[in-house]
Design a binder for this molecule. Structure first.
Ligand SMILES: Nc1nc2c(ncn2[C@@H]2O[C@H](COP(=O)(O)OP(=O)(O)O)[C@@H](O)[C@H]2O)c(=O)[nH]1
Ligand SMILES: [Mg+2]
Length: 326
């Protein structure tokens, strides 16, 4: 089976080969792991990356920690990792406080947040990982910040609708991302090396505050074509339920439940798969034996399928219930 490697993966591999420090190697390997297509044809490569990663991590763990040049990273958990990206004081930490059990410090002065802090956000029956981050701003030039953003599955661009400098702040954030070769929003994909496209959503926070509605209109006028824009208030909770759903959409994953033949339908924790996955992809997740032994499956879901037989190429949909037969 051909490996079908993506340009993102090739770039990460190029960076790995060019890396001179173990930090750079680790960062590149993590990106390789995040971008390698997951199928039978790349299993050996995946195993190889995993082995190198764990070796490097072990080496790192043995090293004494030096204050200067400390690197932060956030291990992925749940259905996907979403980074909160934006200027200082836009309310990133408060959003993470409201949406997860994490308790980052919230304050009305900039640069309160100095380290990443993950928290798990519930959406229906799954958990999505949010990562609170220091501001994306020239005064916080740490490269690990951009590495975390690059490595995340998606980004929420958080701006303060009550801030008169809103547009300037957003431009500063976008410029910083551009310098880090992170492309956000709609537009022709950059083809020069190193660029990474990050699915993202523009969050207009502080909807409760004075002037917010006017700013929202301006924001939509200027950036509506580039970004889907969602107004929220971390303070009052307005828009936060929509935000959970939007974050899920942003991840472009589906939930698939399995059921054993002859057993009653009992919804357990779903498998999380990329949108566009087929029955065979699910089978590979459940057990590698299914890859060769799978004969057919029955599917219940989206009002159309009531235990209908489907073959290996069946395109899975969110909330499908699948019974695998071999
Ligand atoms: N009115 C209002 N204030 C908010 C909202 N979200 C955050 N804040 C305030 O904005 C300031 C900065 O919040 P913080 O979460 O620390 O911003 P960060 O720097 O982006 O993490 C704090 O004083 C918060 O209380 C909101 O939705 N409405
Ligand atoms: Mg903060």
């Amino acid at each position: 089976m051909p490996a079908n490697l993506t340009p993102e993966y090739m770039e990460a591999e190029r960076r790995f080969k060019a890396a001179t420090t173990s930090e750079e190697k680790l960062a590149a390997l993590e990106e390789m792991m995040a971008t390698i297509p997951r199928h039978k044809g790349t299993e050996k490569m995946q195993a190889d990356i995993k082995r190198r990663l764990s070796k490097l991590r072990t080496e790192q763990a043995r090293k004494p920690v030096s204050r200067a040049g400390i690197i932060h990273r956030v291990e992925k958990e749940g259905a996907g990792q979403v980074a909160l990206v934006g200027p200082p004081n836009s309310g990133k930490s408060m959003l993470v406080r409201q949406l997860t059990h994490a308790t980052p410090e919230v304050a009305d002065y900039p640069f309160t947040t100095r380290v990443p802090l993950p928290g798990m956000m519930k959406f229906e029956d799954i958990q999505i990982q949010l990562v609170d981050l220091p501001p994306v701003h020239p005064d916080f030039p740490e490269s690990w910040l951009y590495q975390i953003i690059r490595n995340a599955d998606a980004a929420l661009l958080v701006v303060d609708l009550s801030d008169p400098d809103l547009l300037e702040d957003l431009e500063t954030t976008l410029l910083q991302l551009e310098k880090a070769k992170v492309q956000v929003g709609a537009g022709a994909a950059r083809s020069d090396t190193g660029w990474l496209v990050k699915r993202s959503l523009l969050l207009g926070n502080k909807l409760d505050a004075g002037g917010a509605l006017e700013s929202l209109e301006v924001l939509k006028d200027l950036y509506g074509a580039r970004f889907e824009t969602l107004p929220v208030s971390a303070e009052t909770g307005q828009g936060l339920e929509e935000l959970r759903l939007s974050a899920f959409d942003l991840l472009e994953v589906i939930r698939v439940y399995t059921k054993a033949p002859g057993k009653k339908l009992e919804l357990t924790a779903p498998y999380i798969l990329k949108r566009g996955s087929r029955l065979l992809d699910l089978a590979a997740h459940v057990h590698h034996d299914f890859l060769t032994q799978l004969k057919y499956a029955r599917v219940w879901g989206h009002g159309k399928f009531e235990g209908q037989m489907v073959n290996r190429d069946y395109l899975l949909a969110d909330k499908d219930v699948v019974e695998l037969h071999r």
